[in-house]
Ligand binder design. Sequence first.
Ligand code: SAH
Length: 384
Amino acid sequence: MPESKICPHAARCGGCQYQGLPYAEQLAKKQALAEELLGSFGPVLPILGADEPTHYRNKVHAAFGYDRQRRVVSGVYQPGSHVIVPVEDCMIEDETADRVIAAVRELLPKLKLSVYDERRGGGWLRHVLVRRGLATGQLMVVLVAVSPVFRNQKAFLAELLGRFPEIRTVVLNVNDRFGPVVLGPKSKALYGDGYIEDELCSLRFRVSPSAFYQINSAQCEKLYAAAIDFAGLTGTETVLDAYCGVGTIGLCAAAKAKQVVGVELNREAVRDAIANARLNGIKNAFFAAGDAGAYMEDMLREGGRPDVVLMDPPRAGSDRRFLEALIRCAPKRVVYVSCAPDTLRRDLEILTRGGYRAEAIRPVDMFPYTEHVESVVLITRVGL
Ligand code: SAH
């Protein structure tokens, strides 16, 4: 879509706050925002922009429902409601993933499959998640339904796989609870192994449905390169990859470190991380499931001392438990990857009081057309 054309869904969807702004202006705005919010902590380097600012989202989530004529629709919830804004193509989503969602929408009435009806109750399918490996082209389709009973499952799979041979796995996830969480606790692979593989920074990664995986793969490589550059590894360091997801950052850093240990709360992601070390023949990386703060405290008690900590917490940021243990552990360098400048500021204040200083802040545009700002910060211990 040309930069100046406004997306027809923009007014109701609300996902692209920078809709209609030329990309160069979007970058200038994010640079100014990063300087305003983070500039008091240290120098803000120029933002790393995207070569291709559209169709970058490798993960697409569509909510399913009925419109007033009882036709099946899929799209995004209008902000603050459960009213579905029908979206057929989106300027930031992966186009193949959008085509898979359109195919599911078509197949449902054909195979007499119902969609969940939030107002009247009843119905079956609630959401569809599609993930596509940018480098491998592999597709994962996750159907989120209220019950594990799948009518016409065989015919559905045959039709979908016939149309998209790149599909490597189809997973049925059961979520019968009302609420904002998309995935329920139980999943079953109906086709394939339940995960797809992708490549980042010349390594191969498997990713399961509930595991976090950066949604913009091209920009993710720039983000990781910036983080690993800030880490200043020489081959002798023990590196902690906190909030490690499927182990991506740590495994990308492993060749430059003595060893890497990763910690992550989501067990499915930790299983992926362990498999990913094996998949790439990396023998100096180890992963544990648990809360990053609790892990850091254990490490401190047992006398383990990481030289470098790479941390990439969710939007809510880190917490006191982790940051206080980190300060007591006293690694010489901390590389903080953040997708939320407000929680980053809060955590930087704690680290600054604890004897650390932000040496450089590098914004990376992971989410073109939206107002979200990702940044990587190099933080070092003062006096070293
Ligand atoms: N570094 C990874 C993942 C970053 S997303 C990547 O680049 O892909 C943040 C991750 O933190 C998610 O995988 C989430 O499951 C995990 N997480 C959230 N709270 C946590 C906690 N208290 N302890 C450890 N991990 C946590």
